[in-house]
Design a protein around this ligand. Structure first.
Ligand SMILES: *[C@@H]1O[C@H](CO)[C@@H](O)[C@H](O)[C@H]1NC(C)=O
Ligand SMILES: *[C@@H]1O[C@H](CO)[C@@H](O)[C@H](O)[C@H]1NC(C)=O
Ligand SMILES: *[C@@H]1O[C@H](CO)[C@@H](O)[C@H](O)[C@H]1NC(C)=O
Ligand SMILES: *[C@@H]1O[C@H](CO)[C@@H](O)[C@H](O)[C@H]1NC(C)=O
Ligand SMILES: *[C@@H]1O[C@H](CO)[C@@H](O)[C@H](O)[C@H]1NC(C)=O
Ligand SMILES: *[C@@H]1O[C@H](CO)[C@@H](O)[C@H](O)[C@H]1NC(C)=O
Ligand SMILES: *[C@@H]1O[C@H](CO)[C@@H](O)[C@H](O)[C@H]1NC(C)=O
Length: 369
């Protein structure tokens, strides 16, 4: 069912053949020629496992959460979704159902009604529905064995064939490419094609801690966050200013991310106007590291990681210390959450032969004093 053979791709001279022996936790490192940025990836989920950029003193820090043993991406029962490509439908699907064409209440069984396994904290009440599909089901794209199809010193491309997994209609073939370049830039793109009408909504689920747990820091509450969006999708309409420390007004966030949860798990819609790019910025005064994210996606989910509890990488002080609540912030460039069950928004998330899906985000790193 998965391609285990040697894969040779394309006419480009620098494409190489890749043996499947080390698959799916094979590690690939890419580095910018100027040394400003380097990153490591595994095939499993097309997942980023490390991302090194320089702090304000010029010292490299690994600013993404992860595991020292990458097989934990598959086996960690908490399944925090550390930095993979998430699909076929990222974020939440109300009741785990949808229909094509879309309707407000997709009642299975029925013609063109699809039921995806519900997996959001085992049915715990969060947001509006008790039974919710999160990140494409139990075995979404982040827990699938992608195939490494090409690499260069600065770029790596993975392929995933999703043959109607988890109950979605039709096959989807996705190519994810991660590229680093001089001046501290990481770019990720995903191109996906479908054989039948299907919803596609993807994200790259990176957990950031720009201090890398150094200099006495343990959480991201003093990180500055700026979202170029003035509208929040539903929930409770908590008004959020355009730039603030994540921990500012922290008492207003009790239960905001769900019952018993404090912090953000909120979706902003990018304004995307002459005055405003579609993007999010995050920076820390401690390390001085700043990231400016720009994207072709219409929205961003910001999750301040309340539910984390898993041993840290050694480079982050593990394994005796755990990643725990607010250890990181996930910033997920994506489409409108659950638009596939919200016809009144008029957002078309259905892709088919002749309508490919394109996702891209650029992460530009710099330092602040
Ligand atoms: C939710 O899913 C269940 C189980 O498939 C189904 O019985 C129910 O009708 C669905 N409800 C809505 C509102 O779609
Ligand atoms: C939620 O799922 C559980 C277990 O599958 C089921 O017993 C319950 O009826 C569902 N609730 C709703 C509202 O669909
Ligand atoms: C992916 O690879 C791992 C490790 O070899 C294996 O345990 C897992 O079952 C594979 N997943 C799929 C969906 O084949
Ligand atoms: C979908 O994928 C399956 C499994 O690889 C394959 O057998 C089938 O031919 C594919 N269907 C289409 C329409 O590509
Ligand atoms: C962080 O702490 C290290 C010592 O652990 C120190 O050398 C470094 O200067 C500190 N960096 C900053 C940006 O304060
Ligand atoms: C936040 O809530 C805690 C506990 O209720 C309280 O001690 C603290 O003073 C509050 N902080 C602010 C800034 O209101
Ligand atoms: C760290 O996480 C693991 C896995 O969830 C858990 O078993 C352990 O008790 C945690 N340790 C601490 C100190 O919370």
């Amino acid at each position: 069912m998965f391609m285990r053979a040697l894969v040779v791709l394309g006419a480009a001279a620098n494409f190489i053949s890749v043996s499947a022996t080390a698959w799916p936790f094979d590690l690939t490192e890419i580095k910018a020629p100027d040394g400003s940025i380097s990153a490591k990836f595994v095939s499993f989920g097309a997942t980023m496992t490390e991302l090194w950029v320089k702090d304000k003193l010029g010292k490299p820090r690994d600013i993404v959460l992860g595991y020292d043993d990458n097989s934990r991406l598959l086996t960690d029962p908490d399944h925090p979704v550390f930095n993979p490509i998430v699909g076929r439908y990222a974020n939440r699907l109300k009741n785990g159902t949808f229909s094509i064409p879309i309707t407000k209440v997709a009642q299975p069984p029925g013609p063109n009604v699809y039921q995806i396994p519900t997996n959001d904290h085992n049915g715990q009440v969060r947001f509006s529905a008790p039974n919710v599909t999160l990140h494409g089901g139990i075995y979404g794209w982040d827990r699938r064995n992608w195939t490494l199809v090409s690499k260069t010193p600065t770029s790596v491309t993975y392929k995933h064939l999703d043959p109607a997994d988890e109950g979605f209609p039709g096959n989807v073939t996705a190519y994810a490419t991660h590229t680093v370049s001089n001046g501290g830039v990481l770019k990720t793109t995903v191109h996906a094609t479908a054989t039948e009408k299907t919803p596609i909504m993807l994200t790259q689920h990176i957990y950031w801690n720009l201090d890398a747990f150094q200099n006495g820091t343990n959480d991201i509450l003093s990180h500055h966050l700026q979202v170029d969006g003035s509208r929040v999708i539903a929930l409770d309409g908590n008004a959020v200013p355009t730039e603030q420390k994540i921990g500012a007004r922290w008492n207003d966030t009790i239960d905001l991310c769900g019952q018993g949860c404090q912090g953000y798990d909120s979706a902003w819609i990018y304004d995307r106007s002459e005055q405003s790019r579609a993007g999010t910025s995050l920076w820390s005064d401690v390390s001085g590291i700043r990231v400016d994210i720009s994207t072709n996606q219409p929205a961003v989910q910001v999750y301040s990681a309340f539910w984390l509890n898993t041993p840290r990488k050694v480079v982050h002080g593990g394994p005796s210390l755990n990643y725990s609540k607010w250890s990181a912030v996930a910033i997920e460039q994506q489409g409108y959450v659950d638009a596939i069950n919200t016809p009144e928004w008029g957002v078309d998330q259905i892709y088919h032969p002749g309508r490919d899906f394109e996702w891209s985000s650029t992460y530009k790193f710099s330092t602040v004093k």
